[in-house]
Design a binder for this molecule. Structure first.
Ligand code: ARG
Length: 589
């Protein structure tokens, strides 16, 4: 259905034309003076310059034309030439009915749906998932859902880091701990074990230890380097061992991402690009896109007009080893071959921005992706602790995601137990649903590129601009609807009249009427925070209405039906939005 601003704009533009002015002056926006009006049009000011008249004269002519139109409750010209608008409750009520009648609440699908590859998550195998990867998962998941909501074919790929030096470090670390494993026996000729000979907890200890050691022990580092090269050459012992590392690690990662309600369509990684690398590098050299520089192979990507220096993209080290960039370019080769995306969006922290500028330019220069392909990098800021520094554990280490999630859930659990009478079991289940919302909303409500402070107390509060507040609002609606159903009344009447007898009710409807506009903006600008901002306002409007209105005690059945319909629409709108953000509401809390 048409967005409300478009419907009003259409009316006002028609009036401008009828008065002899161009239609473009009729653009209407949401009022920035909600105390005076709901919508406004400032076109008379611009028209005045062209038509050489006083703006107020034009504004008066236009409002005159519109004063009898039933969609307006009030339309007035005020000095110096603003047109202030209040729309009629009949018009709003119609809109509510229309929205309620549509499965997508009146949001239109994209007219040109695209195939979009979303590269997010980006966990590294054998390293515990930590908060650094949290933002990529949360933001990427939400954006994926938004793109999909508008009808695009979206492919989400976790793109695991599973092929670089960390793999060599884990292999050497394992050798130290378990030298008797057959992988380390050079003369071994039997079958390698079917089951992994280590657990995820062992792996998680091995990597940090090996990584720390490689910083002090050159010999160890060299061994890890050799192990990496051997793996990359697919030597059977190392390759088999690596497969087990991958399998154990992936199982654990899946569990973690599941807990975050993050689902990938593809579980590919850097290693999947490996089969394309050698040919790709050779081809780039043959076509003179890449060239040798001090033994390494590079692609120049600087362009005229660059405001800062963009160094060449390094695609092979002088010892022949592949790099992060090699796998990313080869990944594009594979993605083009298998999925032909029209568009790419990558999510990592913003420190990789320069790197992705190099990658996208190199890929276009090499013809791996088309010149006009929309390749987008979304870099996000850091999650900081209350001290304003990157978030750490109390003893200064990197916090594991599981620990973080548990801390949030515990905080929510305590709040629920403080004043509720639900069973401990239910409180626990609810706490994990609400905890996830607290975590995700705390992140998504900030513009992605900004740093933010991770504040458990604030994020888990049931009041204010928080996930739990939004859920609390939904739960409140659910409970009223349940009471209404208990009265044995039919809650699904078609075409009710939304009464709008008081300001709070109209405000709520006006907020609901904004949904289509907001979701389109979040989609267009890849900006989930716009949805957060919207639902916070909407929840506030709802609660304002709720506090002023006796819903269950209302005696006039018609009016009550209107209230109930409004509740249902608010609930659906909020639920649609949180689904796009990647979390859900419990039934009680
Ligand atoms: N594994 C990488 C990291 O931890 C993120 C991967 C991002 N995606 C990509 N195609 N490079 O930094």
């Amino acid at each position: 259905m048409k967005k409300i601003l478009d419907s009003i704009t259409e009316k006002v533009s028609e009036a401008f034309v009828a008065c002899g002015y161009e239609d473009k002056y009729g653009r209407v926006s949401i009022s920035n003076r909600p105390d005076l009006c709901e919508y406004q049009c400032n076109g008379a000011m611009a028209a005045a310059k062209v038509y050489k008249k006083a703006p107020i004269v034009i504004a008066n002519e236009v409002t005159e034309k519109l004063s009898k139109d039933s969609i307006f409750e009030q339309i007035t010209a005020v000095m110096p030439g603003f047109i202030n608008i209040k729309i009629s409750t009949d018009f709003l009520s119609d809109r509510m009915n229309q929205m309620a009648g549509e499965e997508r609440l009146g949001c239109e699908l994209s007219r040109e749906p695209k195939t979009i590859m979303v590269d997010y998550g980006g966990a590294n195998v054998a390293k515990p998932l930590h908060v650094g990867h949290l933002r990529s998962a949360i933001i990427g998941e939400s954006v994926k859902r938004i793109l999909r909501f508008f009808g695009n074919q979206v492919i989400g790929d976790v793109h695991l880091g599973d092929w670089g030096m960390p793999m060599g470090l884990v292999i050497e670390g394992l050798r130290e701990r378990k030298p008797d494993l057959p992988y380390f026996d050079e003369g071994f000729e039997g079958e390698y074990p079917e089951e992994a000979a280590f657990t995820i907890s062992e792996l998680e200890e091995i990597y940090p230890a090996a990584s720390a050691r490689s910083k002090e022990d050159e010999e160890f580092k060299e061994r890890a380097h050799v192990a990496t090269l051997k793996l990359q050459n697919k030597e059977p012992a190392y390759y088999e061992l690596w497969k087990h590392i991958l399998q154990v690690s992936k199982t654990d990662l899946k569990k973690n991402y599941d807990n975050l309600n993050v689902q990938f369509d593809l579980w590919k990684g850097e290693s999947d690009a490996q089969p394309y690398m050698a040919d790709m590098v050779q081809d780039l050299i043959d076509r003179k896109i890449a060239y040798e520089s001090q033994g390494a192979i590079v692609i120049d990507v600087a362009e005229e007009g660059d405001l800062k220096e963009i160094p060449p993209c390094l695609i092979q080290k002088s010892d022949g080893a592949a790099l992060y960039a090699t796998s990313d370019l080869a990944t594009l080769v594979e993605r083009e071959k298998l999925y032909h995306p029209d568009r790419y969006i990558y999510f990592t922290d913003k420190r990789q921005e320069m790197y992705f500028t190099q990658i996208f330019r190199a890929a276009k220069k090499a013809g791996i992706v088309k010149e006009d392909c929309d390749t987008r990098f979304i870099g996000f800021g850091t999650m900081n602790g209350k001290d304003g520094k990157p978030f750490k554990t109390r003893d200064g280490g990197v916090m594991r995601l599981e620990t973080l999630v548990k801390e949030i859930n515990d905080a929510v659990y305590n709040r629920i137990m403080e004043n509720r009478t639900v069973s401990e079991e239910e409180a626990e289940r609810t706490a994990s649903i609400v905890g996830l919302a607290a975590l995700k909303y705390g992140d998504l409500s900030n513009q992605a590129s900004k740093d933010y402070i991770f504040d458990i107390d604030r994020f888990t509060s049931f009041e204010g601009n928080t996930g739990p507040y939004i859920l609390y609002t939904i739960v409140r609606i659910k409970s009223i609807l349940a009471k209404y159903a208990e009265l044995g009344k039919d809650e699904n009447k078609a075409d009710v009249i939304y009464p709008a007898e008081n300001e709070s009710e109209k405000s709520l409807m006006l907020a609901l009427a904004n949904l289509q506009e907001v979701l389109e903006a979040a989609y267009r600008d890849i900006a989930p925070h716009k949805i957060c901002q919207y639902i916070y306002e909407l929840a506030d409007k709802f609660n304002g209405f709720y506090h002023e209105t006796k819903i269950i005690a209302e005696e006039d059945a018609m009016r009550q039906a209107g209230y109930i319909a409004l509740l249902q629409l608010t609930k659906r709108t909020l639920e649609t939005c949180i689904e796009l953000l990647g979390f859900e509401a419990p039934d009680r809390m």
